[in-house]
Structure formats: C-alpha cells, structure tokens
Design a protein around this ligand. Structure first.
Ligand code: SF4
Length: 215
C-alpha cells in the first residue's frame, strides 16, 4: 500500500542567499518525521534517524562518517519507502547533500556555517564602533544577556545569549552582529561610548574551540 500523504515545504531554490543548506534539510526532515504516516519502518525510524544525524551536524557535533551514513540512509528510504512524505523529504535532502557537500563537510570538520545560520556555529557581539548606548536592545532580550547603561557601549554575555536575535532586529545602528570562529576585538564589559580604542574588525586572537562530540 502506498501512503499518499503529501509534505509541503518551501523550495530551497526560492530561499535567499543567507540560508544554510544544513538548516534547511534539518527543517524538512523534522517536518517529515512528524508528518510521515508511520506505517513503515523507514518512514517511522528512518526519518527520525536522518533528522538526528542532520541535527548533530547543525549543532557542530557531526562525525566524519555522518555524510556517508546519511547518503546510505536517504538512499534506503528513497528505494524502499512507500510513504510519500518520507520519500520527498529524503529525495530533497539527498539532492542538497550531493550538490552542497562542501558546506556539509565544513560544518562537520571546521564547525563553520558559511552564512552563520546554525546557532551553535556563531556568537553575537555588539560592534563598539557603532553602538551609541541607546539601550533599546536590553529590553528586547528575554535572557538578560545584554549588559549596558546610559551612554555605555553595550556588551553581550555569550553564556546567557540564546540567539533569539530580537536585539538584532531592534538595534537602530545595526551594531549587533554575528561572529564565527574568529572573534573581533570588543570590550569585555560596558565602557563609555567613544572610549573604546581599536577596530572591532581586528580579530582578538581568540579562536573558539568547539567541544568534541560526546561518545
Ligand atoms: S547595541 Fe544597538 S540597540 Fe543596543 S545600545 Fe547599542 S545601539 Fe542601542
């Protein structure tokens, strides 16, 4: 029996240039595991397994053999699965894995998400040369992750930051930015506006080391 349930998801081809292929596949495989009919092993277990592998990769916990494993799993689902939901999601992920394999490998080996979409692969910081101390960002943060005061250059506590990105939307100076492995020079705590010497474009020499995947 063939399950005719359809899965609709936004087309990758219509995504903007700031999208991440791993994040996109994570979202469609998440929808597939929730929407699949569940009648068959591969649509039930296969989509969940594929989702977990992609999630690990997007969170910087991917292993070197995850790509190969994902190829095998997706091919198995496509070959044997009678569930259209599992099939269409797997076909799309397989196509994007093959077309953008370099980006997937970058996520696994270097913990880099080119467009800084995958949350574990970037941090937020406030550009001290742009912040004018207006304070709007503090109230937008539900996690109390922004430190500052009147006429002070504000600073983000990356330990508390949940990357909800509300502060980025509200900042009138576009001072809140993303940084990958190379961190810019910024004050460690709030300092008066205009007092910070140096360019935030210069790296501070600190390269984040990501935790290895738990065994
Ligand atoms: S980061 Fe933006 S919103 Fe926050 S105090 Fe500075 S200028 Fe204002």
């Amino acid at each position: 029996m063939i399950c005719d349930k359809e899965l609709t998801f936004p087309l990758w081809e219509e995504s903007d240039n700031d999208s991440c292929v791993v994040d996109y596949c994570l979202r469609i495989m998440d929808a597939a595991r929730k929407e699949s009919c569940g009648m068959y092993v591969l649509c039930r277990e296969g989509t969940s397994q594929a989702y977990e592998i992609i999630k690990d990769i997007s969170q910087g916990c991917g292993k070197s053999d995850d790509i190969e494993l994902l190829y095998e799993l997706l091919e198995q689902i496509i070959k044997h699965e009678k569930c259209k939901v599992a099939n269409s999601a797997s076909t799309k992920c397989l196509e994007l894995l093959s077309t953008y394999e370099d980006e997937w490998i970058k996520h696994i080996r270097r913990k880099i998400c080119t467009n800084m979409v995958c949350k574990e692969m970037y941090t937020l910081y406030i550009d001290p040369n742009l912040c004018d101390g207006c304070g709007l960002c503090i109230n937008s943060c539900a996690f109390n992750a922004i430190l500052g005061g009147e006429q002070m250059i504000h600073v983000i506590d990356t330990e508390l930051c949940n990357k909800a990105l509300e502060c980025m939307k509200i900042c009138p100076k576009q001072a809140i930015k993303k940084a990958g492995n190379i961190k810019p020079r910024i004050p460690k705590e709030p300092v008066p506006v205009g007092s910070f010497k140096g360019s935030s474009d210069e790296p501070d020499g600190h390269v984040t080391r990501r935790r290895r995947r738990r065994k």
